[in-house]
Ligand binder design. Sequence first.
Ligand SMILES: Cc1cc2nc3c(=O)[nH]c(=O)nc-3n(C[C@H](O)[C@H](O)[C@H](O)COP(=O)(O)O)c2cc1C
Length: 184
Amino acid sequence: MNRETLNKIIRNRKTIYPTQFSDKEIPESVINEILENAIHAPTHRMTQPWFFKIYKGKSKDVLCEIIQKIDKEKYSAVKINKFIDKVKSSDTIISVCMTKDESNRVPEWEEIAAVSMAVQNMWLSCYVNDIGSYWSTPALKDDYAKHSGLNSNQKSLGFFFMGSYKHLETPKVREGLDSKVEWV
Ligand SMILES: Cc1cc2nc3c(=O)[nH]c(=O)nc-3n(C[C@H](O)[C@H](O)[C@H](O)COP(=O)(O)O)c2cc1C
């Protein structure tokens, strides 16, 4: 176990946008490893509420078709086209979904928290694999949910865009511990 390595991974992880991705393909085995790390996130009462739809290669067209089906009156063509550009610039898009526990054993916010922790695991795993990634939560995700085959018990929590990227160690913007911690 190496404390320094863990600190570096957590502190250097960054949002990398699709315009910054390179064309180098991400092997499917790496995507699977990242997903495996995702599902090791903590989960209250073991409800394991995460569900991921993977769009890669030809299936990126499927995602674009779903987005094109969305009511044009609700979102401008500019918004829709921007989303499609991001899909095209990415190697893989993970649609982040939450399946609500049918017997309501935990409040919904805990299910969302568990899925968010799974996303953090993916984000950190991307960092060590020279993959840039970005969690996008556009309003159109709810319409995507209707057209993508999610059931009434499932929600879209947005999209995790991924593409090859060589990370630079650039300083991070965060308020310091002074304003965020109170030792009692
Ligand atoms: C729940 C969640 C939703 C987010 N949704 C968006 C989004 O819709 N658009 C966006 O540009 N960034 C989104 N982000 C990324 C944040 O903008 C980003 O994490 C923040 O600017 C801090 O930068 P960093 O990730 O490089 O530390 C989201 C992050 C989280 C945790």
